[in-house]
Structures are given as structure tokens and as C-alpha cells.
Ligand binder design. Structure first.
Ligand SMILES: Nc1ncnc2c1ncn2[C@@H]1O[C@H](COP(=O)(O)OP(=O)(O)OP(=O)(O)O)[C@@H](O)[C@H]1O
Ligand SMILES: [Mg+2]
Length: 334
């Protein structure tokens, strides 16, 4: 039997007495978001590194490390409380920069030690796809990710993928501008929904072996919904919309953007998931995702959507909270 719209909005209004938009906001502030003082501290840490490199470059203009740039969630304002390193991209130019990733990382580490002589050599360590700079005392480690750079004025370059070490032609400053534009269109709400969904994805990763859902993919999906006019201002509804979209599209819809290329000009992609880099029409950000991994995301989204439906219809506060905990885990309390 179909519910009348009036009855269903009444049910919603009742459910909102138990857990409403404001409760989700409070949960996000208390449990999900990286607190602002921490974010400021970590950004300052990255800025000091960048400025020290700039100082070194003033005295050594031929040095091949050209720029360090805060990248990743701290730069985008989508970091979670559980953040465990600071992503910094480092632009490397010159004919003698190795194209082979392990050698490139040794080369980057050696140059960083030269530019930062106050660090002891063991504070600058190459690992699989990046170089970790660790700080004594407080602060987080800085993960320096190499970008092979040929002097492009817009700072396009070949980023070493943190997923498989391949080289991705892309543009970090434009990624940041792309996200900033959506954040401006949905003041606080775009970034907040992104962090809430990343929090859900991290719970899924803990609970389900092999589950993956890259943060940048979540942000691109949300940007797609934002551009299509989704209202982000009611969080239960915006979350429900995101999960419903994943289920309805089966995460098989090709998603691309008009910001830096004509969306209509993009070529064919054969991978199951096709979320195209907004700054490079040839780069599928989700190319490593298999059918099984895509299906796991869709299943999890269906479960989350059902739980939110149930939460919105539950008669008691206790039941409502229990359904929201299916989405966000036991950290969810009101
Ligand atoms: N496949 C890719 N193609 C192009 N750029 C990418 C790709 N993967 C990551 N990046 C770049 O690296 C940045 C960080 O990646 P990602 O979104 O996965 O992590 P994050 O935003 O730091 O989130 P968190 O670390 O909290 O999970 C992205 O914002 C994007 O600029
Ligand atoms: Mg990161």
C-alpha cells in the first residue's frame, strides 16, 4: 500500500524529533571532523616546509625540486579527525630526475635532505610511493608525493599514484580549485557531507575486508550531484540522496565535468567505474576498481540507504539511533 505524501512527511517530522539535521551536525563536529586548531597546526607545518624550500631555491635557482604544495584532504578541507599524515606534493624537474619510481623516491629523499639540512637523514625516508618526512616531537609525518614536472605554467605534471605507483598526468592546483568551487556553491555543507561519507566509508573498510572507496571518488560523485542541483542543506536527506544515487546508477554511470575540458569531448572508457579526472579527460580516477569492488560499494550504499529510511521512520529515539549506528558505527550517539 502506498503511503500518502502527507502521512510520509508526518512520519519524517516525527523521526526528526529523535535525530535531526542538528544532531548530525553535532555528531560531525564531535566525532568526524578534524578540529580547526589541528587543521591550522598541520597546515602551518606544511607551510614551513614549503617556505624553507622556497628559501633554498632563492640561493640555488637550478635546484630541481621546484615547489611543495599542500594536497589531499587538508588542502581541500575534507580531512577527518583520524587524519594520519599530511599530504604534500613536490614538483621535480630536470633531465636527471629518474622515471623509475623507486629511484625517483631515492632521488627525492636525497634532494630533500639537501634542502632541509636541519633534518637528520633518518627523518627523510623513501617508502613505497612517497617520501616520509618525520618531525621530532609534535605534529604529524609529512608524506611527500613526487610529481614529474616539465615547467607547465598551470602546474600540470605526472603524479606518482599512491595506489599503484603509476604516473598520472594531472593538476593538483586545479583539483583544489575544482573542489573550492563546489564548496563555495554549498557553503560548509559540501565539505561536511564529504566528510560524513568518508567516515561511513572508513567504517565499511574496517568491517569488510577488501572494501575500498577512494576519498577523491567520493568527492567527484558529490560534485556531480552538486552540479545537478542537489540541495546539501539537510544532512539526512543529502546522505540518503548520495546512497540512492549509487544504488540507482549502480556506480556505472560515466561522470565527467566541464570545468577544464568539454565534457562532450571525452573518449570511451572500458573500466567498470568511470569517474573522470576533472582536469584531464583521459584520466579515469577509478580505473583500478573491479566489478566486485564496485558491487561492494553499491551493496553498502543500499544498506546505508535502508538504514536511513528506517531511522527516519523509527518510532523511538533508541531505535532511531540504532539505525544511524548502522551507517556511522557505535560512535554515533545523540
Ligand atoms: N587517480 C587520481 N588521479 C588524479 N589525481 C589523483 C588521483 N588520486 C588522487 N589524486 C590526487 O590526490 C589527492 C588526494 O587523494 P585522495 O582524495 O584519495 O585523498 P585525500 O583527499 O587526502 O583523503 P584522505 O587522505 O582523507 O582519504 C586528490 O585530491 C587528487 O588531487
Ligand atoms: Mg590524504
Amino acid at each position: 500500500m502506498a503511503e500518502s505524501p502527507i502521512a510520509s512527511s508526518k512520519v519524517k517530522a516525527m523521526a526528526r524529533q529523535h535525530v535531526n539535521h542538528g544532531d548530525i551536525v553535532k555528531f560531525a563536529q564531535d566525532k568526524v571532523n578534524l578540529p580547526k586548531d589541528k587543521a591550522d597546526e598541520y597546515r602551518a607545518q606544511a607551510r614551513r616546509l614549503r617556505e624553507r624550500l622556497e628559501g633554498y631555491l632563492r640561493d640555488h635557482p637550478d635546484f630541481t625540486l621546484k615547489k611543495m604544495l599542500l594536497a589531499g584532504s587538508l588542502a581541500k578541507g575534507t580531512a577527518l579527525r583520524t587524519l594520519n599524515d599530511i599530504d604534500v606534493a613536490c614538483y621535480i624537474s630536470g633531465a636527471d630526475a629518474p622515471g623509475d619510481v623507486p629511484k625517483l623516491l631515492d632521488y627525492l629523499a636525497e634532494r630533500l635532505r639537501k634542502a632541509f639540512p636541519n633534518f637528520s637523514p633518518d627523518q627523510v625516508k623513501p617508502n613505497t610511493y612517497s617520501v616520509t618526512v618525520s618531525f621530532k616531537g609534535t605534529g604529524l609525518d609529512v608524506d611527500v608525493v613526487p610529481i614529474l614536472y616539465n615547467g607547465d605554467p598551470d602546474w600540470y605534471g605526472k603524479l606518482v599514484s599512491q595506489d599503484d605507483g603509476s604516473l598520472l598526468a594531472t593538476c593538483i592546483p586545479r583539483h583544489l580549485a575544482f573542489i573550492r568551487k563546489r564548496k563555495q556553491a554549498h557553503e560548509t555543507d559540501f565539505a561536511q557531507i564529504a566528510r560524513l561519507i568518508k567516515f561511513w566509508a572508513s567504517k565499511m573498510k574496517r568491517e569488510q575486508d577488501g572494501f575500498r572507496f577512494k576519498s577523491f571518488m567520493i568527492e567527484l560523485l558529490l560534485a556531480h550531484l552538486a552540479d545537478a542541483g542537489l540541495d546539501f542543506s539537510d544532512y539526512p536527506e543529502a546522505l540518503q540522496h548520495f546512497f540512492t544515487y549509487l544504488a540507482r546508477s549502480n556506480i556505472r554511470e560515466l561522470i565527467a565535468f566541464n570545468d577544464y575540458y568539454a565534457r562532450a569531448s571525452i573518449g570511451a572508457f572500458t573500466e567498470p567505474v568511470k569517474l573522470i579526472d576533472p582536469v584531464n579527460a583521459k584520466n579515469n580516477v577509478s580505473k583500478l576498481y573491479t566489478d566486485a569492488q564496485a558491487a561492494a560499494i553499491v551493496d553498502a550504499a543500499l544498506d546505508a540507504g535502508d538504514a536511513i529510511d528506517a531511522a527516519l521512520a523509527a518510532p523511538t529515539k533508541q531505535e532511531t539511533v540504532r539505525y544511524w549506528q548502522k551507517v556511522f558505527g557505535s560512535a554515533f550517539q545523540v
